[in-house]
Design a binder for this molecule. Structure first.
Ligand SMILES: Cc1cc2nc3c(=O)[nH]c(=O)nc-3n(C[C@H](O)[C@H](O)[C@H](O)COP(=O)(O)OP(=O)(O)OC[C@H]3O[C@@H](n4cnc5c(N)ncnc54)[C@H](O)[C@@H]3O)c2cc1C
Length: 565
């Protein structure tokens, strides 16, 4: 005899745990609102607050729901049509289509180019990005490259290309808005792009055509890309490469001498179509000179590293918002998790890391805004140069660690796919890899540019901050920061030799980054004490400094090599 089937919606006779819930992600983020009050003139905040509130509502509401309901949808590549034409069409998820519409209408790329709020426009833009990102299934990947492309073309000053592409890249009309790719990495190397093999040749009409294979190209459904190739006869190395502008389709909508070989089967960012491409005589426009391409594409990297930093913090904030919500509902040992002292201590550690990461990422945003509005002095310029790699590398590491810990805060539920939690960790794991790995950025910070000028500016900033402090706790923390900074300078002085400088570069970069974060926490705590008479900022700084700030060590490169034998 068959079992009687259960009533379709009968309540379970067993205990059922309530899931974590999200509210309006702007209203719920007290720290973001506090920081905006501190940094923005009142009239600017008044002007943009409805925007932020709207994005907070979408992010904690409609988009988050879509994300949970459409977990399994992945981009599809259709290489041929029914009649044998090569079409290489990419279909993306409904959430990506909705995200594209929201991003254009709400000006996620347009805002810093319209620059209605001068140097604060970057803050406006990135506060929206921060709210949008965790519910966008990493639609921020094409947006980052689009912003980077608009900036790179603008800086390069090629009028024809600026007129052709930038109005599309920054368009608020979803039907006209373009996104851009950035095709740099080849199978030979993503860090060392100087050894790229793609060739650029002029055809009979004098038009540049590209031949080669690009190994990682994300957001391959974009309308255009900036890429690197070596003009025939150019020397080896990065200086022999040139930067080119490519459109993905010809006037008839056919692939423009580009074949999508396959989509990558990735650990995370699975909603992002990342492809391997063959360039088979792809028509291309030279953006500037026929060499020095790695230098010409640098503005792209500055912008995408800022996006990486902000999206790292956004993942941290999302993981923590979910973990906090869960801690109010889940009970163990007769109490809500949120009332168990050790669970509270664990989450408080994550909150301190998240605030520190936020302050570092938005310091970068603030400096970028100043630079673009021509309101930057030499000291700030030196800080910006040093901060760009440091913020990217440190916030990405913090994102992976914080998201991992937040997932543990759910116990077994955190490991179960349809809670929507594991994807956070898989997606976060890309942050330390793309746009420059941790090691490559550490070397970039210390060996390229003028690290000494950046460190001097940071030291000056710390001295200025200390001179204003009155709270004993903050004064002690400022001493910790000063000692760490002195140690960095001393270490660099004693380890000028190439092998030891390189082998210690990651520890130096992390120490600079965490010292900078401590300084920013102290500055913020001081402001909150003086202006709003509240001490949570002091608690955050103390908590942050309880984890190591200074990770420098005298480790010989030879010992490390021996360890691996
Ligand atoms: C999901 C995803 C999407 C991507 N999308 C794009 C894209 O759209 N466009 C694009 O151009 N690229 C893209 N990339 C590629 C990415 O930028 C590269 O993977 C990255 O730059 C690293 O390059 P690589 O993979 O060749 O690693 P390698 O350069 O081979 O590095 C391997 C390891 O060696 C280390 N290393 C390298 N050099 C040094 C050194 N001098 N000292 C110490 N350590 C070193 C690195 O830190 C790394 O840990 C994407 C990657 C991923 C995972």
């Amino acid at each position: 005899m068959p079992f009687p089937s259960p009533e379709p919606h009968a309540p379970s006779p067993f205990f059922v745990q309530s899931p974590p819930r999200l509210g309006n992600q702007y209203r719920d983020d007290g720290f973001l609102r506090e920081w905006l009050r501190r940094k923005l003139p009142e009239e600017v905040l008044r002007d943009i607050e409805a925007d932020l509130d709207g994005m907070g509502s979408l992010s904690g509401g409609e988009l988050y729901e879509m994300q949970l309901q459409d977990r399994l949808h992945e981009p599809e590549l259709t290489q041929w049509d029914a009649w044998g034409n090569r079409i290489d069409r990419i279909d993306v998820s409904p959430l990506w289509q909705r995200a594209a519409d929201i991003a254009a209408r709400r000006g996620l790329i347009a805002i810093p180019y319209e620059r209605h709020h001068g140097r604060f426009s970057r803050i406006h833009q990135f506060a929206l990005v921060y709210l949008f990102h965790p519910s966008s299934d990493v639609y921020t990947c094409p947006l980052a490259m689009t912003d980077g492309a608009a900036r790179t073309l603008t800086v390069a000053g090629n009028t024809a290309l600026i007129e052709r592409a930038v109005p599309n890249l920054t368009n608020r009309d979803p039907a006209r808005a373009w996104t851009s790719g950035q095709w740099m990495t080849e199978a030979t190397g993503g860090s060392d792009v100087g050894i790229s093999l793609t060739q650029a040749q002029r055809d009979a009409q004098g038009r540049w055509r590209l031949y080669g294979k690009k190994w990682f190209t994300s957001a391959i459904n974009s309308q255009m890309a900036l890429t690197l190739a070596r003009p025939d006869g150019n020397a080896a190395g990065g200086a022999g490469l040139a930067m080119f502008y490519v459109e993905a389709h010809d006037a008839q909508g056919r692939p423009n001498g580009i074949r999508i070989e396959r989509l990558k089967d990735k650990l995370g960012t699975r909603k992002v179509p990342t492809a391997e491409l063959l360039l088979e005589g792809t028509p291309a426009e030279l953006v500037t000179e026929a060499r020095n391409g790695t230098r010409a594409i640098e503005p792209m990297l500055v912008v995408t590293r800022a996006w990486n930093s902000v999206t790292s913090v956004a993942f941290m904030r999302r993981a923590l918002a979910l973990a906090k919500s869960y801690s109010a509902q889940r009970r163990a040992f007769g109490a809500a998790l949120g009332d168990l002292p050790l669970h509270v201590d664990t989450l408080a550690g994550l909150e301190a890391e998240t605030r520190a990461a936020f302050l570092l990422a938005f310091e970068l945003v603030e400096l970028m805004g100043r630079q673009e509005a021509n309101e930057i002095d030499d000291q700030q310029e030196a800080l910006l140069r040093l901060l760009t790699p440091i913020a990217k590398l440190l916030t990405a590491k913090q994102a992976v660690a914080t998201v991992s810990e937040a997932i543990e805060a759910f116990g077994g539920a955190g490991y179960v796919e349809d809670t929507g939690l594991p994807v956070l960790l898989r997606d976060a794991q890309v942050l330390p890899i793309w746009e420059g790995t941790t090691n490559v950025l550490a070397l970039d910070a210390l060996l390229r540019g003028n690290a000494a000028a950046g460190l001097a500016a940071l030291g000056e900033r710390l001295r200025e901050c200390r001179s204003q402090l009155r709270d004993d706790g903050l004064l002690r923390l400022a001493q910790t920061a000063a000692s760490a900074l002195d140690h960095v300078r001393e270490w660099l002085r004693c380890n000028g030799e190439a092998a030891s400088l390189q082998s210690g570069a990651r520890r130096v970069a992390l120490t600079i980054g965490r010292t900078w974060q401590l300084l920013l926490l102290i500055e913020h705590a001081h402001w909150a004490l003086e202006k709003e008479q509240q001490r949570t900022g002091v608690a955050a700084a103390i908590r942050f400094a309880a984890a190591p700030i200074d990770s420098l060590a005298d480790i010989s490169p030879d010992d490390s090599r021996d360890l691996l034998r």
